[in-house]
Design a protein around this ligand. Sequence first.
Ligand SMILES: Nc1ncnc2c1ncn2[C@@H]1O[C@H](COP(=O)(O)OP(=O)(O)OP(=O)(O)O)[C@@H](O)[C@H]1O
Ligand SMILES: [Mg+2]
Length: 114
Amino acid sequence: MNIIANAIDALDAASVGKTFTEIQANPQLITICTEVSGDRQMALIRIRDNGPGMSEEVRSHIFEHLFTRKEVGQGTGLGLAIARQIVEEKHGGKLSCISPPERGTEFVIEILID
Ligand SMILES: Nc1ncnc2c1ncn2[C@@H]1O[C@H](COP(=O)(O)OP(=O)(O)OP(=O)(O)O)[C@@H](O)[C@H]1O
Ligand SMILES: [Mg+2]
């Protein structure tokens, strides 16, 4: 839910100042897909948005406690720290982020299939 809420926030922020026609021509998308890894060991859940993405510098901090780039009162900077804790500490999985600037963002949750 934290990852999806972030995707919605990123798309909302990117749509400020755009006209309906502009948004229609370039629709905002959140895609969630699941797959099983080639060796059938891991279940992968990919949550992708076609928002603005983030710089390498920002990406290197997003899983830190209290790291936020949102306005005061909009974000506490805990969502992804909690998400990583749930995926990695509770489930022994992996949570990673791929986000080339200007090309959207993809979070990948990897969980071992037993
Ligand atoms: N899909 C995304 N696209 C662009 N930037 C993102 C995306 N997801 C996260 N970020 C960046 O990572 C930062 C940290 O995210 P995180 O969810 O940990 O905190 P937050 O959303 O700012 O606050 P909170 O989730 O606690 O309300 C965000 O402030 C934002 O700058
Ligand atoms: Mg968040």
